[in-house]
Design a protein around this ligand. Structure first.
Ligand code: UDP
Length: 484
């Protein structure tokens, strides 16, 4: 029997929120656990420059990672589709070329012993099964969200109405009760095509061998326990719960200066500005890599931040998704007249993108007004920065419940029934986080969790051990295939 180095193929989900953690997963699997990896990607998934930057970064760091670039696919009318629908269709259309890539790897001198992919790529599960490659999903959201998705077939059979119309909380193993309207946005309306796709992916999730989840035991003990102990009802045709490996928090170790460039040298101006601010005095304001707030909401946020009197660093993004084509001056016109002049001693507004990891790890940063994206959440916890929750879409409202009620690392901005946040509420929450006793409590708690996050990843920590357990499964597969 040969002692072959396991070779694992990764086909990631699309977009920044997926690429950033999966790149980190790849680096750890190669760097700390000695795996050989092949990254299968397609141009439409990421900006070519971003992918080139990541590939170069990985190659120059000496990781054993190769890349296979798949042919382009096109979906008619993609620009009019909801992101979840569009992504699902793109992946479905990429199935044939992923199959070809996997076949070439199976037939290679170093056959793959595991295939790691994304929730949205459920269409690839049977391709890998046919090739007898065990499939693992790298789940880039909370374990609690995974619990919701695995429970979806049962919930749908028991609750006959859309979550948007449910005026009662939804019970899911290992998670706090979730008001219907706080369930992930693609699940809100059963007549919506996005719901169809989520239900489809969720039902197929049961067929994978395991999940690598970007979370850690001390963060989500109940959800992880519920998943590991098989507390979620299995569909009739399934006889085993997939294995669960909480391997997080996997956050970027290479901050992005712009949306498509890694920081290699020099520092962004906003970091130089932060250097000149007092310790823990600045509120970082950012809503992730998606679209920005509408103009009326930008005005309320701007005036609320100003009225709070606290220092802020705000990443302003265009409400249209084509932010890259927008000129900086045009973007700043979204702000109230004279705003930047008036607030020049109080805050800094940057256009479209900031190196978030460097900002959160900067000693001057004392709070984060966040859209509750899961990567942002893990990054904020990893650097001990307390949050104000202002969720927009996807699973962010559910994350708010976790952040405020379970992890106790954040306070919530109250939204009107139309989800609008008024300037007075912005001012109130900023003051609460930065000045009040309740703000101090969440600050102390997030610092506690920061230590636990660090320990989880250290050799011997829960996440390190979980990753090692997955790797030893793949090593056994590699040894078996070498023996046959
Ligand atoms: N990000 C960044 N700078 C920005 C906006 C986002 O570096 O100005 C990074 C952020 O650090 C995180 C990712 O982009 O790693 C956003 O992921 P998240 O899950 O928080 O939100 P999404 O963009 O997927 O909604």
């Amino acid at each position: 029997m040969g002692s072959r180095k396991p070779h694992v193929a990764i086909f990631p989900g699309a977009g920044m929120g997926h690429l950033i953690p999966v790149a980190e997963l790849a680096k750890r699997l190669s760097g700390s656990h000695g795996l050989s990896l092949t990254f299968i990607t397609c141009k439409w998934m990421f900006s070519p420059r971003l992918l080139a930057a990541y590939s170069e970064n990985m190659a120059s760091s000496g990781f054993d990672i190769n890349f296979i670039q798949l042919p382009e696919v096109e979906i008619e009318g993609a620009q009019h589709m909801k992101p979840e629908v569009c992504l699902s269709k793109f992946f479905e259309k990429s199935k044939g070329s992923v199959e070809n890539a996997l076949r070439s790897l199976v037939d290679s001198a170093s056959p793959v012993s595991a295939f790691i992919t994304d929730f949205f790529c459920s269409t690839m599960f049977d391709v890998a099964a046919e090739l007898r490659i065990p499939t693992y999903v790298f789940f880039t959201s909370a374990a609690s969200v995974l619990s919701v998705l695995l429970s979806l077939p049962k919930i749908v059979s028991e609750i006959p109405i859309s979550f948007k119309d449910a005026d009662f909380p939804i019970e899911v193993p290992g998670t706090p009760p979730i008001p219907g309207r706080d369930m992930p946005s693609p699940l809100q309306d059963r007549s919506d095509e996005a719901f169809y796709w989520f239900q489809h992916h969720s039902s197929l999730l049961w067929k994978v061998t395991g999940f690598l989840v970007n979370t850690f035991e001390d963060l989500e003990p109940e959800a992880i326990k519920a998943l590991m102990e098989g507390k979620i009802s299995k569909p009739k045709d399934i006889d085993r719960m997939p294995s669960i490996y909480p391997v997080g928090p996997l956050i970027s170790s290479s901050p992005l200066e712009h949306n498509d460039k890694l920081v290699e040298d020099g520092r962004a101006d906003c970091l130089k500005w932060l250097d000149n601010q007092p310790p823990s005095s600045v509120l970082f304001v950012s809503f992730g890599s998606g679209t920005g707030l509408p103009r009326a909401q930008v005005t309320e946020l701007a005036l609320g931040l100003e009225a709070s009197g606290h220092r802020f660093l705000w990443v302003l993004r265009s409400p249209s998704s084509s932010f890259l084509s927008i000129e900086e001056t045009e973007l700043f016109q979204l702000l109230p007249e004279g705003y930047q002049n008036r607030t020049q001693d109080q805050g800094l507004v940057v256009a479209s993108w900031a190196p978030q990891i460097s900002v959160l790890s900067h000693p001057s940063t004392g709070g984060f007004l966040s859209h509750c994206g899961w990567n942002s959440t893990l990054e904020s916890i990893s650097y001990g920065v307390p949050m104000i929750c202002w969720p927009l879409f996807a699973e962010q409202k559910m994350n708010r419940i976790l952040l405020v009620n379970e992890f106790k690392v954040a306070i919530a901005a109250k939204m009107e029934s139309d989800e609008f946040v008024r300037r007075g509420e912005v001012e109130r929450t900023v003051r609460e986080l930065m000045e009040e006793e309740s703000g101090m409590r969440v600050r102390a708690r997030v610092r506690e969790l920061k230590e636990k996050a660090v320990s989880a990843l250290e050799e011997g920590g829960s996440s390190y051990k979980a990753m090692a357990a997955a790797v030893s499964e793949w090593t056994a597969n590699a040894a078996n295939s070498a023996a046959t």
